[in-house]
Ligand binder design. Structure first.
Ligand code: RB5
Length: 147
């Protein structure tokens, strides 16, 4: 899969760890930064990941910040992005199955690294369930169109 990654300084170590895991699995990665521990602003990286996913140049995005919240809010401002903060395997696979999420977000200060890896795997291997969930995603599209 083509996967875009982004983080702020707080999410840097987790982003690098997830990138190494995905690389080992043979995915095609675009690491959009940050690449150094200096303080940066999470919206810049949520936007960069979101734009790549929304443009169809990445199948999925992976975002990390301290809580996962700020970077998910930023990514969700890009039309076509459905970014989900996940905390475990259950929220990760349901984000795909029910919400057709295309960006997964982690809080490096609130999740263990093994849980994050397992959640990421659950997210990537799950599929959108469609049916009643599709009409809800269609409503989200309509909200975007009405902006
Ligand atoms: C950075 O200190 C922190 O605010 C950021 O990583 C994130 O948790 C925001 O949602």
């Amino acid at each position: 899969m083509r996967i875009a990654l982004g983080s702020d300084h707080a999410g840097l170590d987790l982003k690098n760890l997830l990138a190494a895991h995905l690389q080992n699995k043979g995915h095609d990665l675009k690491d959009l930064g940050t690449h150094a521990p200096d303080s940066v602003d999470y919206p810049d990286f949520g936007e960069a990941v979101g734009r790549l996913v929304a443009a169809g140049d990445a199948d999925f995005g992976v975002c990390c910040c301290g809580t996962g919240i700020g970077i998910s809010i930023a990514a969700n401002k890009i039309r076509g992005v459905r970014a989900a903060v996940v905390h475990d395997v259950t929220t990760a696979h349901l984000a795909r199955e029910h919400n057709d999420a295309n960006v997964i977000c982690f809080g490096s200060r609130v999740i263990g690294t093994l849980v994050a890896i397992e959640a990421l795997e659950a997210f990537l291997s799950a599929t959108f369930a469609g049916e009643r969930h599709a009409q809800r995603i269609a409503k989200i599209h309509r909200l975007e169109e009405a902006q």
